[in-house]
Design a protein around this ligand. Structure first.
Ligand code: C2E
Ligand code: CA
Ligand code: CA
Ligand code: CA
Length: 277
């Protein structure tokens, strides 16, 4: 048993060192990445299910790394959160998202909304400055409700006074709030009321795998509607799911069945193709 224990140690120790070293290197490289313009924002279309109209988009960040290629958020957001770099990245994504919302409103649809994802670190002391965000929107002459901030249940669970205060300040200024990944955590109905949320995002692959899932999904949508919250289904991958969600009264859909995340130019093209059929 002793022999085995030593082998395990020998096997895992170098592996853990390797992972820690890789994270440290990434954290270092990230410091210059913003200044060197290496981040990109893709936009995933959100469709109104009843009309089939493209009415919103979610901003999703990517890192065009000079040697490692295009990195997905799961490959660098945890490191960014750990080092605090997420605050600067989040501010930058917010500005890109606001510019894109403005552009789509001027060119296509004056009610177009763009959603950004929020990390807990951004809402803590030393996180983004609410007044700066609002000043930027004023500078662009963009109505605050053109921006949706998506927060997860786990963020709300961890929320302390500063976090709640920031969320409320954003909301009072008119920025829309959305609860992301609903159904993957605690599903606390209390959150829905306490934060006067505008949107709820549910993952249909989680909720609609069988009849019981479909019933649960319908019940959640009905409850949300009672509370004045509109529902966005994310990860909609096929037409069967799309039809089920529509039948269940879901308001909006986002997923590969409609479109993968695309650039702002591609978003413009997509909206142009429906403007002038
Ligand atoms: P999320 O907020 O749940 O975003 C949805 C993720 O699902 C995106 O992954 C999107 O590309 C993917 N997706 C979209 N449609 C489908 C589909 O039909 N099927 C499946 N299986 N997946 C689909 P992505 O872009 O890799 O982002 C992953 C996560 O990273 C996001 O999850 C979000 O939590 C986080 N993230 C992305 N951008 C930002 C950001 O700017 N700031 C912060 N703090 N987090 C971000
Ligand atoms: Ca999201
Ligand atoms: Ca989500
Ligand atoms: Ca997610």
């Amino acid at each position: 048993a002793k022999q085995q224990g030593r082998n395990r140690f020998n096997y895992f120790a170098p592996f853990m060192q390797e992972a820690t070293r890789a994270r440290l290197i990434l954290a270092n490289e990230m410091r210059d990445a913003l200044m060197q313009n290496q981040f990109r924002v893709l936009y995933q279309p959100v469709m109104e299910l009843s009309s089939g109209k493209l009415v919103k988009a979610e901003a999703l960040v990517r890192w065009q790394h000079p040697t490692r290629g295009l990195l997905c958020p799961s490959e660098f957001i945890p490191v960014a959160e750990h080092t605090g770099a997420i605050v600067g990245i989040g501010d930058w994504v917010f500005r890109q998202a606001a510019q894109t919302a403005k552009r789509m409103q001027v060119l296509h649809d004056k009610n177009f909304q763009v959603a950004v994802n929020g990390s807990i670190c951004q809402f803590l002391e030393g996180g983004f400055n609410v007044a700066e965000w609002l000043d930027y929107l004023a500078e662009l002459r963009l109505a605050p409700n053109s921006i949706i901030v998506e927060v997860t249940e786990s963020l709300l669970l961890e929320a302390d006074h500063t976090v709640v205060h920031k969320l409320q300040a954003l909301h009072h200024a008119g920025i829309a709030l959305s609860l992301d990944d609903f159904g993957t955590g605690y599903c606390s109905v209390a959150f829905l009321k306490r934060y006067a949320l505008d949107f709820l995002k549910i993952d249909p692959s989680f909720l609609m795998e069988n009849d019981a899932g479909a019933d649960l999904c319908e019940a959640v949508i009905a409850l949300a509607h009672k509370l004045g919250i509109r529902v966005i289904a994310e990860g909609v991958e096929n037409q069967r799911q799309q039809a089920q969600l529509q039948a269940a009264g879901c308001d909006f859909g986002q997923g590969y069945v409609f479109s993968r995340p695309i650039t702002s130019d591609e978003l413009d093209d997509l909206l142009s193709s429906v403007d002038k059929p």
